[in-house]
Design a binder for this molecule. Structure first.
Ligand SMILES: Nc1nc2c(ncn2[C@@H]2O[C@H](COP(=O)(O)OP(=O)(O)OP(=O)(O)O)[C@@H](O)[C@H]2O)c(=O)[nH]1
Ligand SMILES: [Mg+2]
Ligand SMILES: [Zn+2]
Length: 298
């Protein structure tokens, strides 16, 4: 047996990248007893057996470090949340939903990348300085003018990175700028709206500089189904120092008096924007949890 990494799943074939090259594999029967759709995913590290015809069989899946659910990709080192300075505009609430999703997925490094710098005069989205202070590095780039692309190459080398963000922000364009041989399909925003679908559809790992890149289809609705409301505050890293310091325990940091998080908002150590995003997302997550329970009750 030898080790490899699944870079793409298509029909019932799994394309496994090994030290000796690419092997097209089928899954061993035992995987089919589980729900096959998530038994083995792109990004999974697997043990394969070679068959005489040059194809292979996936015998084992090694332990997963983390999992992004939509699109499903395992074992990521970092996520680059990509937005545009304009067309489409960057909305803080959307950014915050992506940040929560990335934190929840357990991806160790989270970066923000603002593309289409060329469409924006002056200080590119100054409010992002607040996010840098929290610990999310921000890259300001333009795929069109080839600006900041070297910085991007540097953070991609040797790591498994997923690009996520709304449709039309230029994720595929940026990756083509990083490495033209990737030759990803891009499209104009208006074309996409007309066709009602995204340009990028299946998640696959693209080998790049000793690591891998995953281009994902843009999505606008973040799926936080299954997230427990009481877990949400932990997904805001700058709230963590106040954990356990409120008068009421547990505290949802919304209506309770003597709340350490609310005091931090008053004193300015937590921004109003992040706190408001927290309250909005908390409401959504509570509604989700309630609907989930109703479903189970039926
Ligand atoms: N002005 C400007 N336009 C850009 C830039 N980067 C990409 N675009 C344009 O933005 C549109 C969308 O680009 P894509 O790369 O397809 O966007 P995407 O994020 O991959 O979209 P999905 O695959 O649907 O999620 C295309 O028309 C690109 O030409 C940029 O830096 N500046
Ligand atoms: Mg794309
Ligand atoms: Zn509190």
């Amino acid at each position: 047996m030898r080790e490899g990494r699944v870079i793409k799943a298509y029909n019932s074939f799994f394309y496994v990248h090994t030290a000796e090259g690419m092997v097209t594999c089928k899954l061993r029967g035992k995987f089919k007893q589980r729900r096959q759709s998530d038994a083995v995913l792109p990004g999974d590290r697997v043990m394969i057996d070679d068959l005489p015809d040059g194809s292979g069989v996936v015998e084992e899946r090694l332990e997963r470090r983390n999992l992004l659910r939509r699109p499903a990709v395992a074992n990521l080192d970092q996520v680059i949340l990509t937005f545009a300075a304009a067309e489409p505009d960057l909305h803080p609430l959307l950014l915050n939903r992506f940040l929560v999703l990335a934190e929840w997925s357990g991806i160790p490094e989270i970066r923000i990348c603002v593309n289409k710098k060329d469409l924006y005069d002056g200080d590119i989205v100054a409010f992002l300085a607040d996010y840098e202070r929290i610990g999310y590095p921000v890259l300001r780039v333009s795929a069109l003018q080839n600006e900041g692309i070297d910085d991007l190459r540097q953070v991609l080398a040797g790591r498994v990175t997923v690009f996520a963000g709304p449709s039309g922000v230029g994720k595929s364009s940026l990756l083509n700028a990083v490495d033209p041989s990737l030759a990803l399909t891009t499209g104009s925003v208006s074309d996409k709206i007309k066709r009602g679908r995204n340009t990028t559809r299946v998640a696959k790992l693209l080998p790049y500089a000793g690591g891998y890149i995953v281009d994902t289809p843009g999505f606008s609705a973040m799926d936080l189904t299954g997230l427990m409301p009481e877990k949400l505050a932990w997904l805001f890293p700058e709230f963590r120092p106040y954990e356990g310091k409120c008068r009421f325990l547990p505290c949802s940091h919304s209506h309770e008096p003597d709340c350490a998080v609310k005091q931090a908002v008053e004193s300015g150590s937590i921004t109003r924007e992040r706190y408001d995003a927290y309250l909005t997302i908390l409401d959504d997550v509570k509604t989700n949890a309630l609907q989930q329970r109703k479903k189970e009750y039926k």
